[in-house]
Design a binder for this molecule. Sequence first.
Ligand code: GRF
Length: 194
Amino acid sequence: MKKIRLAILISGRGSNMEALIQACAQPDFPAEAAIVISNRPDAGGIEKAEAAGIKTAIVDHRQYQSRAAFEAVLQETILKFAPVDLVCLAGFMRVLTPGFVNLWEDRMINIHPSLLPDYKGLDTHARVLADGKTETGCTVHYVVPEMDDGPVIVQRRVPVLAGDTPDTLATRILAEEHGAYIEAVRIIAARLQG
Ligand code: GRF
């Protein structure tokens, strides 16, 4: 089996990235982690990736005058680890321009902590609680120019329980995110290999 090669983009603690790296370490998983890139030099995920023996790079958005300049270096960095079959946004907190998104059409996915198309954007858990919802979850989707939009690949649901806070809800959803992301990569690998 030829594994597809992933570029994993992060901005923070990188627990989804870690779940993907662990999955990639399994001989029968259809993907390998080619590179982990953070736009923040202090992202905790970078140390975790290095500890797992994965190559890492920092492309600090604050060093560039424009989004286009930042994205040009981001693209260059990804291509240094070519072939890259799939870009995985895993807690990557920069809005990407249509120019960059189109370079990776059908080859870039994201995870969002809500049941899209509901609750796009930030502070999803607080908004879910304020609306009195009884169910929420997470979504892995293809990235399109509109934020938190694009075809859904995997969705997992969790209940909202009495007494939940944004933090308890975030923790319950995060546990599902990891499995959802791994499942989505399997699905896409099958599509790309088929
Ligand atoms: C996750 O909740 C993800 O859905 C959102 O950002 C968070 C990243 O967490 N996009 P981690 O860095 O993967 O731990």
